[in-house]
Design a protein around this ligand. Structure first.
Ligand code: URA
Length: 439
């Protein structure tokens, strides 16, 4: 089979067969297909799209391009969650211990942040000593021992996706629904999930800026999961404004801990409860946790009675982290300069642009421009207003946590431009726009 023939076929809008897709992925992963041919094929896919069958075949080929995690000897039914990425999204830090507290083992592999979107691994590294690079053996030992583990990839999962994603990044082919959906789902399938809850963000701080695109992406991913024999839930959630208040690594860990101690911002708590309840309902497989109100009550109880916090603490201890920082988040890395940004007029908040807030935090040093860049775990900002709030001049809109005065000044002006005021009242933004199911 000649790769050029696959490129021509896709260029002319014809569907590729399973065999053709498999051959391409296997040969590209081995280094037998040059990047210029892979790039041409990606562009043809970008322009001509793929059928549902092609997308499923591409996903499975990528999922099987490296190690496939099989935890079935430890967890008979493995549940996973995935967020399409956002600003202030520290949900994993809360939902994992919350679900574990209900007796469901959770083993999750997370990623690092890129651009203005944060990553769970970076956040966890705010806790001194926390090891995100577990060996396969340690990953399995911890899940067996504690029923909860949260680390970076152990093993070589979906290497084809890693290579193709890097190529997409420099060939203008990232924003393609078949390519995004297969990329995300290949990693979830390789990580051995039986049930997957997808948190698909929509809005100005998300990959998908409008609801139609987000819905289409969610539907494709649900379809892939179903065709691959997985149970799926996709939640469409708002990312026009940041989630919760904290944006920045150590600040977000502190906020997650506050939530696990039954506090924290209301929108973040609600978001976590919603996602955790879908995870539990998947884990129950129609036999347990079938009643939504009951599930909700159990989850709230585990926040109130300290069980969820205890599971987080246990996870940190298991992975070598300093639990004193969990018990007392003021010990987490802290910035030298802490300054408020105040409202300049009265009115109703019409916008807290998530993208601008994310960039502001990233430019303080909390995020990275390119893979491997160092980050400053202490810096970031707190967002004190939500769309719809009414403010008076001098009210605090944000608190900046910086380690550099020039960066602090730049952050301040970016944050000022993130806010829009209205003289008339403004409806608060919804947290969720809908849910898709697939079994
Ligand atoms: N996240 C991924 O893992 N892949 C994409 O293509 C986009 C977002």
């Amino acid at each position: 089979m000649r790769i050029v023939d696959l490129i021509i076929k896709k260029r002319d809008g014809l569907p590729l067969t399973k065999d053709e897709i498999n051959t391409f992925i296997v040969r590209y992963t081995q280094g037998d297909v040059p990047d210029y041919q892979a790039a041409a094929l990606l562009m043809a896919i970008f322009l001509k799209g793929m059928t549902r069958e092609e997308i499923v075949n591409l996903t499975l080929a990528m999922a099987h391009s490296g190690d496939v995690l099989d935890l079935s000897d430890i967890i008979p039914y493995s549940i996973d969650k995935h967020s399409s990425g956002g600003v202030g999204d520290k949900t994993t830090l809360v939902v994992l211990p919350l679900v574990a507290a209900c007796g469901v083992p959770v083993a999750k592999m997370s990623g690092r942040g890129l651009g203005f979107s944060g990553g769970t691994l970076d956040k966890l590294e705010s806790i001194a000593g926390y090891n995100v690079n577990l060996s396969n053996e340690d990953f399995r030992r911890l899940i067996r021992q504690n029923g909860i583990v949260l680390s970076g990839q152990s093993g070589d999962l979906a290497p084809a996706d890693g290579k193709l994603y890097a190529l997409r990044d420099v060939t203008g082919t990232v924003p393609s629904l078949p390519l995004i959906a297969s990329s995300i789902m290949s990693k979830k399938i390789a990580a051995g999930a039986n049930g997957i809850v997808l948190d698909v963000k929509v809005g100005r701080g998300a990959f998908m800026t409008n609801l139609d695109d987000a819905q289409a992406l969610a539907q494709i991913m649900v379809d892939i999961g179903v065709d691959a024999g997985r149970d799926m839930v996709a939640v469409l959630s708002d990312m026009n404004q940041p989630l919760g208040q904290a944006v920045g690594n150590a600040l977000e860990v502190a906020e997650a801990i506050a939530c696990l101690r039954n506090g924290g911002p209301a929108d973040f708590r609600e978001h976590c409860l919603e996602l955790a309840s879908y995870m539990l309902r998947l884990a129950g497989q129609g036999e347990r946790w079938t009643d939504a109100a009951d599930v909700r009550q159990q989850l709230e109880e585990h926040l109130a009675n300290g069980q969820a916090f205890a599971r987080f603490r246990q996870m940190v201890a298991g992975q070598g982290g300093d639990v004193r920082m969990v018990d007392d988040p003021s010990l987490l890395p802290a910035a030298r300069f802490i300054e408020p940004v105040s409202a300049v007029r009265s009115g109703f908040i019409a916008q807290v642009a998530a993208e601008a807030v994310g960039i502001a935090s990233s430019e303080l040093g909390a995020g990275r421009e390119k893979k491997g860049d160092p980050i400053d775990l202490a810096v970031g900002l707190m967002v004190h207003v939500k769309v719809g709030d009414s403010v008076q001049p001098g009210d605090t809109l944000f608190t900046i946590h910086a380690n550099d005065l020039d960066k602090l000044a730049a952050c301040r002006s970016r944050l000022e431009s993130a806010i829009a005021y209205s003289d008339t009242s403004v409806e608060p933004l919804p947290l969720f726009y809908g849910t898709l199911y697939g079994r």
